[in-house]
Design a protein around this ligand. Structure first.
Ligand code: DC
Length: 223
């Protein structure tokens, strides 16, 4: 696997990973891999089929049977499950709070990691998620861990949602993001943490452009 041409970006919800990863991919001429979209897609499929979210075996079987396609045109990402376009639906809030029913199951992670590595095998990929640098692309030579205060992440997510026309209650959003942090950091399977060889960036008072410039400098020094 040409993991030396992979940029691995990890961080908590609302840290700006997705926006940054897209911009970095575009600037480097790399493909963008949104692994959160894969956990979202697996959750969507389970909900579609009315699977009991406590039934681990059924969740694993559903994830293994999923026909998943991620098509990136550089700007946007189209996600399809079993031939159906689910790009918008997988971002909806009721679904987001159910992802944790799957993301702590080792067999679910194994299957999605397998797909992620197959995607990465082509090389020249910017991959973002929670365990890119610690598990999936451990050999990547450019690893970034993006962080920001809970307040900053809440503010950014609220702005993003408002731009999409969604009415947001910031206090509630903050509680939701905090709950996802706890779940991401404290699960047994691949908990969210920075890889030892990752560059940790606290972006609380950085602009998007500044974050992008630091990552590009790091990437260009390596590739
Ligand atoms: O990045 P996101 O918000 O789209 O991710 C959705 C959820 O998927 C996140 O709360 C945790 C899970 N996830 C994960 O466990 N491992 C990844 N590599 C990416 C996402």
């Amino acid at each position: 696997m040409p993991a030396d041409t992979i940029v691995a970006i990890d961080g908590p919800a609302g840290s700006g990973k997705s926006t940054i990863a897209r911009r970095v991919a575009k600037a480097l001429g790399f493909t963008f891999l949104d692994t959160g979209a894969m956990y979202r897609a697996a959750t969507w499929r389970a909900l579609r089929d009315g699977i009991d979210m406590e039934d681990r075996e059924a969740l694993v079987a559903s994830t293994r049977a999923m026909d998943l396609s991620l098509l990136s045109d550089g700007e946007s990402l189209k996600v399809s499950v079993d031939g159906e376009d689910v790009t918008l639906e997988i971002r909806a809030e009721p679904l987001t709070s159910k992802i944790r029913a799957l993301d702590g199951i080792p067999e679910v992670r194994e299957r999605l990691v397998e797909l992620q590595r197959a995607f990465g095998a082509q090389g020249r990929v910017v991959a973002e998620g929670r365990d890119m640098g610690t598990v999936v692309f451990r050999q990547a030579r450019c690893k970034i861990f993006l962080d920001a205060s809970l307040e900053a992440r809440t503010r950014r997510r609220a702005e993003q949602l408002r731009e999409e026309g969604v009415v947001v209650e910031e206090a509630q959003l903050k509680v939701t993001i905090h709950a996802r942090d706890e779940s991401d950091r404290n699960r047994d399977a691949s908990p969210l943490r920075a890889a030892e060889d990752a560059l940790v960036l606290d972006t609380t008072s950085m602009t998007l452009e500044e974050v992008e410039a630091v990552i590009l400098e790091q990437a260009r020094a390596v590739f």
